[in-house]
Design a protein around this ligand. Sequence first.
Ligand code: C5P
Length: 473
Amino acid sequence: MASLTVRQLDDRLKKLLRLRAARSGRSVEDEVRTILRDAAEEGGSRAADLIEPPASPTKRGAAVSRPAAPAGAKRVLLVIGGGIAAYKSLDLIRRLKERGISVRCILTKAAEQFVTPLSASALLGERVFTDLFDLSGEFDIGHIRLARETDLIVVAPATADLMAKLAGGHADDLATTVLLATTAKILLAPAMNPRMWANKATQRNLAQLIADGIALVGPNEGEMAEALERGLGRMAEPLEIASAIEKLLSVQPMQLLQGRRVLVTSGPTHEPIDPVRYIANRSSGKQGHAIAEAAAAAGADVTLVSGPVNVTHPPGVKVVEVETAREMLQAVESALPVDVAIFAAAVADWRVANAGVQKLKKQAGKATPELSLVENPDILATIAKRKMQRPRLVIGFAAETENINANARAKLASKGCDWILANDVSPQSGVMGGDCNTITVRASGVEAWKPQSKDEVAATLITRIADALRGSK
Ligand code: C5P
């Protein structure tokens, strides 16, 4: 009987029925049953009234499980344009809601080719807006209200066409009308084929939009949806867009690691040859210190075990200064238990077995002293292979000058850690001592990150860690 009912409904009611089913987490058939039962209980209410999504969440049938944004929450109107990256905007909705930001959403006609209003509204917990002329009464809050009742409009993906329309002041559908009618700040996350991005017309429109005060996030460099295409034009990742939104709305960055204990090793170790000389390496500690700082900013309780560095220690972290690999191991073991351990230090693989107790003297006619080396403990492997108090997530770095991928793969297996962050530290890369880094993460799969500053690497790593820990106590 339920399937008979669905087939005979007109398109509008079918749409409403699917929307209502998605929102209450029921199948369409179950939703029909619920409506009919409610109708019978109410004795005379029209079924169509029950199908219509309620205007206010207090009306019967508003079975929306997602928490409402807190009172006074910042409001974002998300315009999803028609590009293959539209699916990422669904994740963006989730990210914004986690941050307590209230989200409304417009789908352009072209966007509906990539995501359905149903999937977006299921995530939003309310209907999405698609038509400029929506005659369905209580649904239609009007483009002027949509344009006004927001603190920020985010267009993601911003297609070449949407950018052109915005630059030219067009208003031929709901999205462009709202963009023209708003006084709120606008943020674009462009996404298009690299040749379309490089096209003079797009660049002209971009210059106009920037001059008009419109903010941008991305596009990034990378693989395109089209096979073998690469270049500038990938939409920024949802987390990047979320943090650009946080900045524009001046909301506190989310405390992603609140209540977590994080241990970070950083810098080189110094292995004495005698009381005044030592073996060292070129590690500056910039990457490890940036990670410790980002973890603390994300609300974690951080212990930073640092070798001798010239960078200043970040505020709000417990710092243990060490010199040698053996001291570093001891400090790391004393900091346990932790939820996450990140081994960014460039630990010396060997120490001098016969280090002089006094300064070695150059003596005329005598042979040059011979240094004999012994292996240092591998701190990462020792912690990763612990039976007791093994951190839930053990992360190592593979700083390589050649065969980066093969070495990273081998290291992941031999050290027993969960993730390896591989980077090229050959002199021409400028990574050692520099401010930028290009990371490939190897865990169960491989993920290449775009070249970015060490601070950005740290922020990206923290969000990945928070994702991995989500749901675990
Ligand atoms: O030096 P290697 O390339 O093996 O370093 C890979 C990872 O192992 C890095 O995360 C480094 O901090 C860690 N490591 C360590 N103790 C060592 C050598 C390396 O914790 N003795």
